[in-house]
Ligand binder design. Sequence first.
Ligand SMILES: CC(C)(COP(=O)(O)OP(=O)(O)OC[C@H]1O[C@@H](n2cnc3c(N)ncnc32)[C@H](O)[C@@H]1OP(=O)(O)O)[C@@H](O)C(=O)NCCC(=O)NCCS
Length: 165
Amino acid sequence: MHVRPEGPEDVDTIRSLTTAAFRDVPYSSQTEAAIVDALRDAGALALSLVAVKDGEIVGHVAFSPITINSEATNWYGLGPVSVWPDQQRKGIGQALISAGLSRLRGMHAQGCVVLGEPAYYGRFGFVSDPELWYSDVPPAYFQRLSFAEITPKGEVTYHPGFGAT
Ligand SMILES: CC(C)(COP(=O)(O)OP(=O)(O)OC[C@H]1O[C@@H](n2cnc3c(N)ncnc32)[C@H](O)[C@@H]1OP(=O)(O)O)[C@@H](O)C(=O)NCCC(=O)NCCS
């Protein structure tokens, strides 16, 4: 398996994959595929990576810029991240996220946030931080990973593409 940036030919597969991955997720808004499209259309897919196994796309991860206290900060939001249901729990998500975080560092990003299962994202170094919050999400479920010495404090806002339906 290898991880590479998306190409124009991957767009339809990414949409199907994202829809399938989130179909049975209880907390899903079922808008994740539309969010990825909206981010791409807005030029806000800072990073969009696909995992490829035996020539087929098996997973996808998106990263987009966030603001902190309404200011651009060179921080990014991880997600949506998707693996085909029959391919989950084989390390594909982990490979995608690790590759994405490594590329973000290479882009001189200052940090990354994620909304999701603390047990899963903790393995990448994400920690909860009550001083960097998102909406009314409990701190345990909104985590951050700083690439720099100083972590900003304040309220995180995702790109407007996350409002896509
Ligand atoms: C979440 C997702 C991207 C993870 O990708 P994956 O390829 O299945 O996961 P990996 O194989 O890399 O990681 C597996 C490990 O993470 C754990 N894990 C996977 N999903 C988890 C979850 N939701 N909560 C806690 N642990 C989880 C597994 O137990 C496994 O642990 P182990 O390595 O100790 O056995 C994938 O399951 C998926 O597409 N899920 C549906 C969509 C979704 O929920 N996306 C994330 C929303 S923020």
